[in-house]
Design a protein around this ligand. Structure first.
Ligand code: DGL
Length: 269
């Protein structure tokens, strides 16, 4: 691993940008090679074998491009494909589920944790399993949220439509008395203000981005691959769908003034 190699980050679309922006915050010298599989978004409604096939093709491509480490910045593929990817590739790959689980456990006081995620992630049961393996007395309330990823992909993160969808998913969890709400999909932090409004002040939202990137920093340091020299911030964003559409929504969500090298690279049909 060499410090000047880029870090690979992938997701079904714009969700992984919540991880990318955290990398920029915590590890500003790093260069990011991002892949958003927007031709196949949403991943949440896909079968496990399809998800493995997509994630495998993306990781193979990122490795070919010379990344030194990869963040699977998608809970859905972290839930169903991460073990497979880690055993197949020698480049280190970290996921977003475990950091989120550890953060949620550290935050809860009353032991009632809600988990918002995609249908496929909830169906995997991984968040609940990991939480309860660390603390068997926890009560976990999983909630699949199929309407949220399409909203965020369209750049809709506030207003009546977002509020209505978030209310449908979050209100039942609040009624169960949760004090912690794990955002188990990397798209959801973009909706955090609306989610917080519906959940109320007594509920702490957990975004796994900060601890995922701390784990990445430790990993790079451990391999002598942490970059200290600031180059030009030449991050590259690749997508399987429309590059223009991605750039427009990404710029709106991140508020980065001048973005970004975005290109279309189609890997699979
Ligand atoms: N950001 C992905 C996740 O964390 C969203 C998956 C989707 O496209 O449905 O699960």
């Amino acid at each position: 691993m060499l410090p000047e190699q880029p870090v690979g980050v992938f997701d079904s679309g714009v969700g992984g940008l919540t991880i990318a922006r955290e990398i920029v915050r915590q590890l500003p010298a790093e260069t990011i090679l991002y892949y958003g599989d927007t031709a196949h978004v949403p991943y949440g409604s896909k079968r496990v074998d399809e998800l493995i096939r997509y994630a495998d093709a993306i990781v193979a491509y990122l490795v070919e491009q010379g990344v030194k480490a990869i963040v699977d910045a998608c809970n859905t593929t972290s839930a169903v494909a991460l073990n497979y990817l880690q055993s197949k590739y020698s480049v280190p790959i970290i996921g977003v589920i475990e950091p989120g689980v550890r953060d949620a456990l550290a935050v809860t006081r009353n032991g009632r944790i809600g988990v918002l995620a995609t249908e496929a992630t909830i169906a995997s049961g991984l968040h609940a399993r990991l939480l309860q393996s660390l603390e068997p007395r926890l009560k976990v309330y999983p909630q699949a949220c199929p309407r949220l990823v399409p909203l965020v992909e369209a750049g809709i993160v506030d207003g009546p439509e977002a509020l209505q969808a978030v209310t449908e998913y979050v209100e039942p969890l609040v009624k169960e008395g949760i004090d912690t709400l794990l955002l188990g999909c990397t798209h959801y932090p973009f909706l955090a203000p609306v989610i917080q409004e519906v959940a109320g002040e007594g509920v702490t939202l957990v975004d796994p981005a900060a601890s995922t990137v701390r784990q990445l920093g430790d990993l790079l340091k451990g391999h002598g691959g942490l970059r200290h020299v600031h180059g030009s911030r030449a991050h590259t964003f690749l997508v399987s769908g429309s590059a223009g559409g991605f750039r427009r929504v990404a710029q709106k969500l991140l508020g980065w003034p001048e973005l970004m090298a975005t290109r279309r690279v189609k890997l699979l049909d």
